[in-house]
Design a protein around this ligand. Structure first.
Ligand SMILES: [Zn+2]
Length: 94
């Protein structure tokens, strides 16, 4: 197939164009990158967020920007914000 941005020939399974770096969509017009995180990844991210809230905020916002990961992103963002507030309260001794 050919890149719809720059017209360079690329492999059918390519995720990004090797010519211009744009993300490639497959035949159904659905982005290959548009898949939700697997349960394993999600559990890992939630656990990481409990200890390091910024991880949840970063991945949460990344998820919110991706249609397929929107719900997961919202969950991570919520946990990230909650843990940030909780840690701030602990640090400030409230
Ligand atoms: Zn291209």
């Amino acid at each position: 197939m050919y890149c719809r941005f720059c017209g360079k020939e690329i492999k059918d399974k390519a995720v990004v164009c090797t010519g211009c770096g744009q993300p490639i969509e497959n035949a159904e017009g659905k982005s290959i990158a548009g898949e939700p995180w697997s349960l394993m990844v999600m559990v890992g991210l939630v656990v990481a967020t409990l200890f390091v809230p910024p991880i949840g905020l970063v991945f949460g916002i990344m998820g919110l920007m991706n249609e397929a990961k929107k719900v997961q992103g919202a969950i991570l963002t919520t946990i990230g914000v909650f843990m940030s507030l909780l840690l701030t309260a602990i640090i400030l001794g409230l």
